[in-house]
Write a protein that binds this ligand. Structure first.
Ligand code: SF4
Length: 742
């Protein structure tokens, strides 16, 4: 039960008794920025910043009065959102004085998390990790960061972990959402980097969205696919097994069978080649692999693909012709593609379509991964996970030498290969090879698949540090040390959004209690390691990290050397690489050509059977952000969607004799989630069910599969086999742990 519940009870009592007439709320005043406004929201000053939730990267103005954020509005001059904000953005300032913030360091003593000073907390952390590393080797430390940090902080953390603690085992929660896009781009184009921009969606003749429910997950992007009178005529095609809100606004919805997207993409390529709707000139000048590809997709006839996808041959042909005849065609995708054991391969299949039709490197044409978190892109640029900073490769000697020169360290200090990816860090903790874990601004107890395995890992390590802006979280329950961190609105730096736009993030208020910016925590730890001068010479603020990152990225694809913090802020964000990458058709591969890959279509791993007869799909809702660490504390958002639900087709509900609002249990081979509200709806097809993954008390990751893409290491969150039962009365308790653990 959240603290805001008691706050509401108290406030309600005051209103009923007549003590509180809400006078401040209903008295109006005039604000110079927003005009007529409630007296309670009149600001002394407005701070320009960038939303800290999703990767759309909306610009916003936060109104501040008496060191308190009292109002928010979309920045009307910002090119991304043009003054608009979604429900999360419109209420984001409320998280700054929300209950549940972490305020002081906590160290577990005699089994209890006990308040301690920062000195004791960080001295203990360094001593415990050093001791564990001395006994077990440097790589017994694993670190998992986040797309919630500023780019300057992610870069600083990477140096601390890989050059300070000298472990390669550094990854981010971005591996749970964007790793497949990164791997797919590298395989096709030789580098990460989304080739297009949001304006391409407005300029395209055809927009193909695959596994991308932007209406819930990237709501402000919906304005880019507006086809109302006065906008450019274009066709929106949405590929999704579920009739999402985005599918509802499409011109064509392709309700494919789960995980048949590769067959669909190969089948479209088959028709494009057969109909001569390919760009032979582009293929010959800028790609390799087309002949093998053409032979490979010759087997993906419309009849064959129709059988795999569940679509009709007419639907396939219509969509292929629309895509092939478009002057410019845009493909966007998100988690429906990435959350798969074949995610990276599926991304290359998307890139194939763009390459064989020349739909890349020009206005309105791009294969475009819509990123997840506000700064997932910044983590990709700042590296130290699957690549080195500035999109450099661990394996490339020249890249390592460039960095060694900038950092003024011997080149042999820089690892020659990446360390363990996030799932492999967890697996190594289960096996006892990782003995110390440090989570920064992430909540794996809710977000990581196959909870039981994760819990084993968390209980198995000798020392677990959880650094977060909120306390308690489901993950901090397991911590030996909790470090309270500042959050969005309390620190300064930059985020990069999905279209490579680097935007300024500015502090609005001071952090609560003893909470400190992550950047300050990292520098303090480096000092206690005796490495601050070497790693961060003369650094005093995140701006020093930015200045070094400019030198690190100079001449690279993600080149920050062209802009300053001030220029970024004044321009409301600046894109590195301009609106389109690869305009000259030259790719950062050895021969300058993009690669066309042959991508087989394999069935997903855990197929339904007589015992577990449903395919479970998980996803998000617009009101909440990931594991609700933040949005559960925003009364407005929490009241709109306070708990999870399960969507089931009416035919299946009738077969199971279930009614709307029944409480059901979802059971897989790994565990069960009980007491979920049933919603009976044709939004999901027979045999498929859907539930949101945001809710710790009905944690969908109790049942999800611990299977990962062999290339990107991204989890297969989207499909697993489950059965659904009515929840027995004894399990319909309002506790926050309605699940069983094996
Ligand atoms: S769309 Fe994303 S970036 Fe924009 S306001 Fe909503 S959560 Fe923030």
């Amino acid at each position: 039960m959240s603290l805001s519940f008691f706050h509401r009870i108290k406030r309600g009592a005051a209103r009923l008794s007549g003590i509180d007439t809400l006078r401040e709320k209903y008295t109006y005043a005039t604000d110079p920025v927003v005009g007529h406004i409630s007296q309670s929201r009149v600001a002394d000053r407005w701070v320009k910043t960038t939303c800290g939730y999703c990767s759309v990267g909306c610009g916003m103005l936060i109104g501040v009065r008496d060191n308190k954020a009292v109002a928010v509005r979309g920045n009307p001059d910002h090119p991304v959102n043009r003054g608009k904000l979604c429900p999360k953005g419109l209420s984001e300032h409320h998280i700054l004085d929300a209950p549940g913030r972490a305020r002081q360091p906590l160290l577990r003593k005699n089994g209890v998390l006990t308040p301690v000073s920062w000195d004791e907390a960080l001295d203990t952390m360094v001593a415990r990790i050093r001791d564990i590393q001395q006994r077990n080797g440097n790589e017994s430390l694993g670190v998992v960061g986040t797309g919630q940090l500023l780019t300057e902080e992610t870069y600083t953390l990477g140096k601390l972990v890989q050059l300070g603690f000298r472990t390669r085992n550094n990854d981010g929660n971005t591996t749970l959402c964007m790793a497949s896009a990164v791997s797919g781009y590298k395989l096709s184009f030789g580098s990460d980097g989304p080739p297009g921009s949001y304006t391409d969606m407005e300029q395209a003749d055809v927009i193909l969205l695959i596994g991308a429910n932007i209406a819930d997950n990237h709501p402000i992007l919906c304005h880019r696919v507006d086809r109302s009178p006065g906008t450019k005529p274009r066709t929106l095609i949405v590929v999704d097994p579920r009739i999402t809100k985005t599918a509802m606004i499409a011109d064509i919805h392709l309700a494919v069978k789960p995980r048949s997207d590769i067959a669909l993409l190969n089948g479209i390529a088959h028709i494009l080649i057969r109909e001569g709707l390919i760009d032979r000139n582009y293929i010959e000048r800028h790609t390799t692999g087309f002949e093998q590809f053409a032979e490979f997709v010759s087997a993906f006839t419309p009849a064959h693909v129709a059988a795999i996808t569940g679509l009709t041959e007419e639907q396939l042909t219509r969509v292929a012709l629309l895509y092939g005849r478009a002057k410019s065609a845009f493909i966007g995708w998100t988690m429906g593609v990435n959350h798969s054991t074949q995610g990276a391969a599926t991304v290359t299949a998307i890139n194939n379509l763009a390459l064989i039709t020349g739909n890349i490197g020009r206005t309105g044409a791009a294969p475009f991964s819509i990123t997840g978190q506000c700064n997932a892109m910044g983590t990709r640029e700042s590296g130290f996970t699957s690549s080195l900073p500035g999109y450099r490769k661990f394996e490339n000697e020249q890249h390592r030498e460039e960095l060694a020169r900038i950092w003024n360290i011997p080149v042999n200090r820089i690892p020659t290969s990446r360390g363990l990816a996030y799932p492999d860090i967890i697996e190594a903790a289960v096996q006892g090879r990782i003995k110390a874990l440090w989570f920064v601004a992430t909540n794996p107890v809710v977000s990581f698949p196959n909870y039981n395995l994760l819990e084993h890992a968390l209980r198995n390590v000798e020392f677990l540090v959880v650094q977060d802006g909120f306390y308690p979280t489901p993950t901090s329950e397991f911590a030996h040390l909790v470090l309270p961190a500042a959050i969005w609105g309390e620190k300064e730096g930059t985020y990069t959004n999905s279209e490579r736009r680097v935007s300024k993030v500015s502090p609005v208020v001071a952090p609560p209690g003893e909470a400190r910016p992550d950047f300050d925590i990292f520098l303090d730890i480096a000092g206690r390691l005796g490495m601050r001068d070497e790693l961060y010479p003369d650094w005093t603020s995140a701006h020093d990290a930015f200045l070094e990152f400019q030198r690190v990225t100079a001449g690279r694809m993600c080149d920050y050397s062209h802009f300053t913090w001030k220029q970024i802020e004044d321009a409301n964000g600046l894109q590195w690489g301009g609106p389109s990458l690869y305009r000259d058709g030259i790719f950062p591969t050895e021969d300058g050509r993009a690669r066309i890959h042959t991508v087989p279509c394999d069935p997903f791993i855990e197929q339904p059977d007589s015992e577990f007869d449903f395919i479970l799909n998980t996803g998000r809702t617009v009101e909440h952000w990931h594991t609700r660490t933040k949005t559960a504390q925003v009364e407005l958002l929490n009241d709109m969607v306070p708990h999870a639900w399960l969507e089931m087709n009416p035919a299946d509900a009738a077969r199971l004799d279930l009614k709307p609002h029944d409480r059901v249990t979802i059971r897989s081979r790994r565990g069960a989630v009980a007491n979920v509200e049933l919603r009976i709806t044709g939004i999901v097809a027979p045999g498929q069910i859907f539930m949101p993954f945001h809710f710790p008390e009905t944690n969908s990751n109790i049942v999800t599969l611990g299977a990962f893409d062999p290339i990107s290491r991204e989890p297969n969150f989207k499909q697993c086999a489950v059965r659904v039962e009515r929840t027995p009365m004894r399990d319909r308790r309002p506790a926050n742990r309605n699940y069983e653990r094996k």
